[in-house]
Design a protein around this ligand. Structure first.
Ligand SMILES: Nc1ncnc2c1ncn2[C@@H]1O[C@H](COP(=O)(O)OP(=O)(O)OP(=O)(O)O)[C@@H](O)[C@H]1O
Ligand SMILES: [Mg+2]
Length: 298
């Protein structure tokens, strides 16, 4: 998060659609028994979400539940609003002056846009890892200790740093050079350092925006293995352009597309389908999903 502009929060929220019991989307028909696996424990509920940048509506009508201790993939063509959605569920869009969020996001049942909610605390609990590894120009140790220090932690930092690096599967590679620069690590190591930095403040949801797109296949596999390991303790939402990756790592997949209004030429993102990954990849309900995952799209 360190590379984000520290401007004042401007996002506003209207509407108070309460979370409902129903945890599925508009795809009423379930064609396989596996597809009926319900979400029993939800960490994030997104209701009727719309995000605008000034007059431009980037995304609208999003309704989705993120289950606990699972990996949820978000896929769809460039510009359909995947990053916009990720930033809306941990209030990172507050940092974009023109962004306006309409609708509701509930984290463990609590509306994260309610007046008395501290966006910094939201971002601590719902951490984010970006496409390009972005370690601070500091030592490996100081990168991981950064968040805890910001939160006032002074004691036990060595333990927090070690535990976070272990959880990010980086400890063995860096334990002898903790004072070395984070920028001196390889791309894959830098990304794991960023994951360790996110974990150090004890989040329970991790948002990953194309975390492997700057990495080679070996580093990508290391991150995918790590994600599988992490889901025991965290709930993960990952945006990816890599269909194989979505199929390999995720439990559920949400497919988004861009609707073009031919009169105004407005391009608005919408959620087409959300289901078990297996269902999305083998028997998608919507032709647009099938076209996209089989590469027939644009
Ligand atoms: N800060 C911003 N100001 C204005 N418009 C924005 C801003 N960020 C994104 N947009 C617009 O919102 C739409 C959705 O963008 P977003 O980055 O969320 O898409 P995406 O699905 O993540 O795309 P990609 O796959 O290329 O990363 C796009 O039309 C984009 O141009
Ligand atoms: Mg994006």
């Amino acid at each position: 998060m360190g590379d984000q502009p520290a401007t004042a929060a401007h996002a506003t929220v209207v509407g108070d659609a309460a979370p409902t019991e129903q945890t599925h989307l508009h795809t009423e028909v379930r064609r396989s028994s596996a597809a009926s696996r319900e979400i029993t424990d939800t960490v994030l509920k997104v209701r009727d979400l719309e995000v605008r940048y000034g007059d431009f509506t980037a995304l609208k009508g999003v309704h989705l539940d993120v289950p606990r201790n699972e990996i949820t993939a978000m896929i769809g063509p460039s510009g359909c609003g995947k990053s916009t959605l990720l930033r809306s569920v941990n209030r990172m869009n507050d940092l974009i002056p023109t962004a306006k969020v309409v609708g509701s996001v509930y984290y463990h049942g609590e509306d994260i846009y309610a007046d008395d909610v501290d966006p910094v605390e939201v971002r601590r609990r719902i951490g984010m890892v970006f496409q390009k590894p972005n370690p601070f120009p500091k030592s490996i140790y100081d990168n991981v200790a950064f968040g805890p220090r910001l939160n006032g932690v002074r004691q036990g930092l060595d333990d927090v740093v070690e535990q976070s690096l272990r959880r990010a599967a980086l400890w063995d590679e860096v334990k002898d050079k903790l004072k070395g620069s984070g920028l001196a690590l390889s791309g894959g190591q830098q990304q794991r350092l960023c994951i360790a930095r996110a974990l150090a403040v004890h989040p329970d949801v991790i948002l990953m925006d194309e975390p492997c797109s700057a990495l080679d296949p070996i580093a990508t596999m290391a991150i995918e293995d790590l994600m599988q390991d992490m889901k025991r303790d965290y709930s993960i939402v990952v945006v990816t352009h890599n269909m194989q990756q979505a199929a390999r790592v995720s439990d559920r997949t949400a497919f988004f597309t861009v609707n073009v209004d031919h009169r105004t030429n407005e391009r608005t993102g919408e959620l087409v389908e959300y289901d078990l990954t297996e269902t999305i990849f083998t028997q998608a309900s919507d032709q647009r999903t099938e076209d996209y995952i089989t590469g027939r799209f644009g």
